[in-house]
Each structure stands twice: as structure tokens, then as C-alpha cells.
Design a protein around this ligand. Structure first.
Ligand SMILES: Nc1ncnc2c1ncn2[C@@H]1O[C@H](COP(=O)(O)OP(=O)(O)OP(=O)(O)O)[C@@H](O)[C@H]1O
Ligand SMILES: [Mg+2]
Length: 252
């Protein structure tokens, strides 16, 4: 079976800087993979290339075996790849609840092209509010659903962003530092939530995370980037023992 995501020699340059330097990797459906590396190693840029924010300068990207490099961001989103930003981008002037109701993907009547995969979740608009609440509850935001999105805490904003991404009915979620600025206990709750979503909905995750003590308890596999290159792909315990990874990142 095709992996859900396959990167083949993916490149992204900014002038002379190789922000993503011939990265090849595959992610299988239902995996939770960590993407780690020092600041500026190219992690966010890789997400930007996968989601179509930047077109790659070289290589190819396939989702379920189908090329997606060259597609527009909304087309990639419509296929089921959803990302969360390093710095939450929420809609000010809306409540928590309203923020979650914004982006459902492929609502009846709005869909431009037929989705390539059978819809696994219900489409009906009538169910959206209930589903949003469920999602919010799962993300422990029930108590603040009427608050202004910009007034909730940093940790709650992160949760809200994940909830919002889920409303897009993703198959693959790319999370950029979902626990940044969040208390340790909440960081583990977020990862517990990720594991729950994988189990209940079969979702696949690639998670950029600097908090390795938490990450390593939740992922089977990590990809390590350094200066745009993928320098390691394997289990966390092997990463911790890898001389290259120690030199470039863990030994910092
Ligand atoms: N739009 C851009 N224009 C020019 N250079 C960029 C752009 N975006 C990123 N870069 C550069 O590309 C490199 C990789 O940046 P990127 O943001 O992908 O790193 P990162 O691994 O996400 O880092 P961090 O852990 O700090 O978030 C850095 O040197 C960065 O300055
Ligand atoms: Mg980044």
C-alpha cells in the first residue's frame, strides 16, 4: 500500500539558502511521527512545501500515491492535509465556538471538485455545531466556548487551533509545535488527544516539537532535520544514541 505521504528529494531554496535540502521520507497511514531539529533547520518550511504555501524547487510529494506538489494550498487542504501554525492564527472578533465553525472542508454545495476518497465523516451542516462542541469538549475547551478567541490563554489557543483543524476533516495533520507555550500537564493532554484521534479516526500526524521529553513518550518514529537535510529517520531511542543527532541537536 502507498504511504499516506511520500517525499522524494524535496528541495526548497531561499536565494542561496537550502532551507529544505533533498529530503526523502515516507509516512504510513495512522502513524504519529515527530519532526525535530534545531531552530532554522527547515521544519516549518517543509510543512509549507507539503501544504503548497511554497512550491518545491525540486523533488516530488505524493499523498496516497498521487502527486500533490504543484497544487494550490486549498486543493491540498481539500485532499485532507491540514496544518496548524507555529503561532496560532485565529480569527479575532470571533468566539472560540465561531472559530471552530469556520473551516469545515467540502461542505455540501461548496465543493468544487469531487473528493478522491470516500467521505468518512458526516457532511450535514446540522451536525456541525454538535460536532464542533464534541471536538471542543474533547479538547477541554467546553468552559470557554463563548469567550473571545483572542482572550483565552496561549494553551487554550493551541487547543483551539487543533480543534479548528479537525473541523476540516483531515486525514493527515501537520502540527507545528502544538505544545509551545503550554504548561507540561497540558502538553501531555494535547499528545493524549493526538493518540486518541489516531485511534478513533485513524488520523495520521506529523508533529514538530521541541519538547522532546514529551514527544518521545508518544511517537514511534522521529525525523531529524539539520540545515535543511534529513539526518535521521527512526525510533526516538535510536535518535538519542545517534552521533549525528547528538552533535547537531541533542548535544546543544
Ligand atoms: N520566507 C522565507 N524567506 C527567506 N528565508 C526563509 C523563509 N522562511 C524560512 N526561511 C529560512 O529558512 C531556514 C529554515 O527555516 P524554518 O522556519 O523552516 O526553520 P524551523 O526548523 O521551523 O525553525 P524553528 O524551530 O525555529 O521554528 C531558516 O534559515 C529561515 O531563516
Ligand atoms: Mg518552525
Amino acid at each position: 500500500m502507498d504511504p499516506i505521504l511520500r517525499l522524494d528529494n524535496v528541495e526548497k531554496r531561499f536565494g542561496g539558502l537550502r532551507a529544505v535540502d533533498r529530503v526523502s521520507a515516507a509516512v504510513r497511514e495512522g502513524e504519529i511521527v515527530g519532526l525535530i531539529g534545531p531552530n532554522g533547520s527547515g521544519k516549518t518550511t517543509l510543512f509549507n512545501v507539503i501544504t503548497g504555501v511554497y512550491k518545491p524547487d525540486g523533488g516530488s510529494i505524493a499523498f496516497h500515491g498521487e502527486r500533490i506538489d504543484g497544487l494550490e494550498p486549498h486543493e491540498i487542504f481539500a485532499k485532507g492535509i491540514v496544518r496548524c501554525f507555529q503561532n496560532p492564527r485565529l480569527f479575532a472578533g470571533m468566539t472560540v465556538m465561531e472559530n471552530v465553525l469556520v473551516p469545515p472542508r467540502g461542505q455540501v454545495g461548496e465543493r468544487v471538485t469531487a473528493a478522491p476518497f470516500p467521505r468518512r465523516w458526516s457532511d450535514q451542516e446540522a451536525h456541525l455545531a454538535a460536532k464542533a462542541l464534541q471536538t471542543l469538549a474533547a479538547q477541554s475547551l467546553r468552559g470557554v466556548r463563548g469567550s473571545w478567541a483572542t482572550e483565552v490563554s496561549g494553551g487554550q489557543m493551541k487547543l483551539l487551533e487543533v480543534s479548528r483543524a479537525l473541523m476540516g476533516e483531515p486525514r493527515l495533520l501537520l502540527l507545528d509545535e502544538p505544545t509551545a507555550g503550554v504548561a507540561p500537564k497540558l502538553a501531555r493532554e494535547i499528545f493524549d488527544g493526538i493518540v486518541g484521534l489516531r485511534k478513533e479516526l485513524g488520523l495520521t500526524f506529523v508533529v514538530i516539537e521541541h519538547r522532546l521529553d514529551v514527544l518521545f513518550d508518544y511517537v514511534e518514529r522521529v525525523l531529524v532535520m539539520h540545515q535543511g537535510k534529513l539526518i535521521f529517520d527512526g525510533p526516538p531511542k535510536d535518535a538519542q544514541a545517534d552521533p549525528n543527532v547528538i552533535d547537531s541537536y541533542l548535544g546543544e
